[in-house]
Design a binder for this molecule. Structure first.
Ligand SMILES: [Zn+2]
Length: 219
């Protein structure tokens, strides 16, 4: 899953108001942040195969650590613990939410990936393969972003003009990224893919931080 992961992140302030949007944006991709680093380190592997699925050219044939079920659970605990360590308010509720957001990544991937998610390292592979149904996969990815945006707009309000525009700009940027991903050339190598992914995760978290500053919680 690509942009659909950000749907739950947008909705995070509805559950724990003190969780910053950038932390939610980073935690839903924490598993892929680790994946990108493991790809660059040569510990996990991916092949770029144009047409591998209708939606994605990635043959994710070896990612036993970042994307196995126990791996995802461990990373979720790590993400939650990091939040608990650094947060100043609502530390336990925030940490639980961050861990849940992190794990939502695995559930999103489970729906769209072909069976490449191990139930345990070396165990059976799962994945419902929605990426082979382009209209349905696109509807799910965009639908999750829009649903999350609606929740975010309901629980926060604009501080000024910028706050009225920023959430739509952020969601629009996500949709634009999806369009570029679908129509653009696939990355030349696994390493290039990992670097682009890491950059995108950081830029999106930064944009979320900027957008979130223009809004405040509704009373
Ligand atoms: Zn993933």
């Amino acid at each position: 899953m690509f942009i659909g992961h950000y749907g739950p992140a947008f909705a995070a302030p509805a559950l724990v108001r003190s969780v910053p949007l950038w932390a939610a944006f980073l935690s839903v991709q924490f598993i892929d942040v680790v994946w990108s680093i493991l790809i660059l380190a040569g510990i996990e592997q991916v092949r770029i195969v144009p047409g591998f699925t209708q939606m994605s050219p990635l043959d994710l044939y070896h990612m036993p650590w970042s994307h196995s079920l126990p791996g995802a659970l461990v990373l979720s605990v790590v993400a939650g613990s990091l939040y608990w360590l650094f947060a100043r308010t609502d530390r336990v509720a925030g940490a639980l939410l961050i861990a849940a957001l992190c794990f939502s990544h695995w559930l999103g991937d489970l729906i769209v990936h072909v069976p490449d998610l191990a139930l345990w390292p070396g165990g059976p592979m799962v994945g419902f393969g929605l990426w082979n149904n382009l209209p349905a996969a696109l509807a799910l990815e965009a639908g999750l972003v829009l649903a999350g945006l609606i929740v975010y707009l309901r629980v926060t309000r604009a501080k000024g003009l910028a706050g009225r525009i920023a959430p739509y700009a952020l969601a629009g940027f996500l949709l634009a990224l999806e369009a570029i991903h679908l129509t653009g050339e696939p990355p030349a190598s696994a390493q290039e893919m990992a670097v682009i992914s890491l950059a995108a995760f950081l830029v999106l978290a930064g944009l979320a931080a900027i957008a979130d500053r223009t809004r405040e919680a509704r009373a």
